[in-house]
Design a protein around this ligand. Structure first.
Ligand SMILES: [Zn+2]
Length: 176
């Protein structure tokens, strides 16, 4: 026998985490406002999350007209954290996971900018004399994560790139 309480239509159900969707400007996906465990899935992006505190990087970011005045989903926040400040080997090459020494031509992800004309752009910087210059602008979907490299020592990486990388690591550890 069917329990009538179980078959009755319920119209006064409390809205669950899956309702109230919003569009994350980083992944361009309709994301739930809450995760299944009830935690919020919208996180404010701070400038320090999106670009390195370096005058050459900040100047290049300023030229793009980027800002960090919006929320992104938890998955994108983690992605941005992983990418920002990471060293990358040249386009078309794959980083050796166990390579402890940095290789010549290694560059630095100086900015990850969501909301740029409907996409997220990764800005890669390379040393140019005493300065860092923008060397590549890559849509997030086209980025090859196999280029990310984590050498223990500078090796043949340009000292300017290495110094900016080390400074980024220090700020990360201090939570800035
Ligand atoms: Zn997202």
């Amino acid at each position: 026998m069917t329990d009538p309480a179980k078959t009755r239509r319920t119209t006064n159900v409390v809205a669950g985490p899956d309702v109230g969707r919003w569009r994350c400007p980083c992944c361009q996906e309709d994301a739930p406002r809450l995760l299944p465990n009830g935690m919020p899935n919208r996180h404010p992006l701070r400038p320090a999350d999106a670009w390195l505190h370096h005058p050459d990087v900040e100047a290049a970011v300023h030229e793009t007209g980027a800002h960090a005045d919006f929320d992104i989903c938890l998955g994108c926040r983690d992605t941005v954290h992983q990418l920002l400040g990471t060293l990358v080997v040249p386009r078309g090459e794959q980083a050796e996971l166990l390579n402890a020494r940095g290789l010549a031509g290694t560059a630095l992800i100086g900015a990850v900018l969501p909301g740029m004309e409907g996409q997220t752009l990764i800005l890669v910087f390379a040393a140019n004399g005493e300065r860092l210059r923008l060397s590549e602008t890559i849509p997030l979907g086209d980025f090859d994560p196999g280029r990310m490299t984590y050498p223990d020592e500078r090796g043949d990486i340009d000292p300017v790139t290495w110094a900016a990388y080390q400074d980024g690591l220090k700020r990360l550890r201090r939570g800035l």
